[in-house]
Ligand binder design. Structure first.
Ligand code: CP3
Length: 359
């Protein structure tokens, strides 16, 4: 009897999002959306009229406000810190700009040992202390049942931006370095791993309850090189925070083969991108880690009928079983109608509650 009471107490005390990652019993599937704070929200666009993007990131009160906006509307089961993966390259000395309709720009680019020579991870915590400020401010307002997710780019994905200086189609400059000067590439990845570890430890100390590593460009590596240039470094990050007892999610965009490569990394959860079959992902990696995802962000352009159908298909993969966090399979697109998001959120709640009840 006593054990039963404690179990019930612990279950109800522990947030749904964390229970699902630990594969503990849940009565519905938790939901949040990558890029849940952002341009599809009218209140975000309104705030951005007054402040530019980096000012929002660097002002704890504004970052907290924007983090909380989607939670007020939709009551997601997790919050994600409002920031950007590119604040690390900026803290390492590159100038960061967001040009209209162009995406991020970093200057000067890293192409040689000399470019790297002036960069150091030491003291990065002080340069990024506005992030700790934002985390503390967010937690002052957050429901304790809604864990705050901290995040970083993976060393590989950050290296891609630092070398290319912007998004890219063919990634010529990164690949040139990869094949002509692997030693320099590893030097850059070592530096970034050191920086990311310091940065995420600072986030943990400031109060995040989970971490996600965005390896957006993991999939541009040939599979035989993925361990050496991306997975290995992400694993070092997981190892470095192991004593902190908080779940780390790895999100490498690039399909089933990358999940296969990551399943023994020690990640508590793996992000599944929208192009991947969730059932196959489960059979490949579901025994090792919880899975997050993976609806196509463009689904939210669809009719109610189509949204409901695809939500059902996604949630059926786990049915009443735990170990799944529902999410999109990449960030929400900026022109998605807010009403469709509201419908999507309702459907996830309704369908997952039904699947858990009928089990
Ligand atoms: O998920 C969230 O709500 C938290 C905030 C968040 C942002 N960026 C806010 C943002 C997170 C987790 C990121 C991660 C990020 N940033 C990634 C990894 C995830 C992914 O999408 O693959 C990458 C590659 C970046 C780099 C970056 N920052 C890009 C490519 C862009 C888009 C440029 C554009 O104009 O479309 C950004 C800018 C950015 N980051 C915005 C937001 C809300 C838009 C800024 C604006 O308000 O204009």
């Amino acid at each position: 009897m006593r054990i039963w009471i404690e179990e019930v107490y612990m279950n109800s005390a522990s947030p749904l999002f964390l229970r699902a990652i630990r594969k503990e019993a849940v009565d519905r599937t938790p939901l949040w959306m990558m890029r849940q704070a952002g341009r599809y929200l009218p209140e975000y666009r309104e705030l951005r009229q007054k402040y530019d993007f980096l000012t929002v990131c660097k002002t704890p009160e504004l970052a907290a406000e924007v983090t909380l906006q989607p939670l007020r509307r939709f009551g997601f089961d997790a919050a994600i810190l409002f920031s950007d993966i590119l604040v690390i390259p900026e803290a390492l000395g590159q100038e960061l700009r967001f040009a209209k309709n162009h995406g991020p720009l970093l200057n000067p680019v890293v192409r040689s040992a000399e470019d790297l020579a002036t960069m150091s991870a030491e003291g990065i915590e002080e340069k990024l202390d506005y992030v700790a400020g934002a985390i503390q401010e967010i937690n002052r307002h957050l429901d304790p049942q809604v864990p705050l997710i901290g995040f970083s780019g993976s060393p590989w994905t950050l290296a891609v931006y630092m070398i290319e200086g912007q998004g890219s189609k063919n990634f010529q400059n990164v690949k040139k370095m990869l094949y002509t000067d692997p030693e320099l590439m590893h030097q850059l990845l070592d530096l970034l791993t050191d920086a990311v570890i310091r940065y995420v430890k600072m986030q943990v100390q400031a109060g995040v309850k989970a971490l996600q590593i965005f390896d957006t460009w993991g999939g541009i590596l040939p599979i035989p090189l993925f361990q050496e240039y991306s997975a290995r470094y992400m694993q070092k990050i997981i190892d470095a925070v192991q004593s902190e007892d908080l779940p780390v999610t790895l999100f490498s965009k690039g399909g089933i083969a990358l999940l296969e490569e990551l399943k023994d990394s020690g990640a508590a959860m793996l992000g599944v991108d929208w192009g991947t079959d969730l059932a196959r992902a489960r059979s490949v990696a579901g025994a090792n880690a919880a899975l997050q995802g993976n609806l196509d962000p463009a689904l939210l352009y669809g009719s109610k009928k189509v949204i409901a159908r695809e939500v059902e298909r996604c949630l059926q993969v786990f049915g009443a079983e735990s170990g799944h966090v529902c999410n999109l399979g990449h960030g929400i697109l900026p022109d998605i109608p807010v009403d469709n998001v509201a419908f999507f959120v309702d459907q996830v709640r309704e369908i997952s509650s039904r699947l858990h009840k009928s089990a």
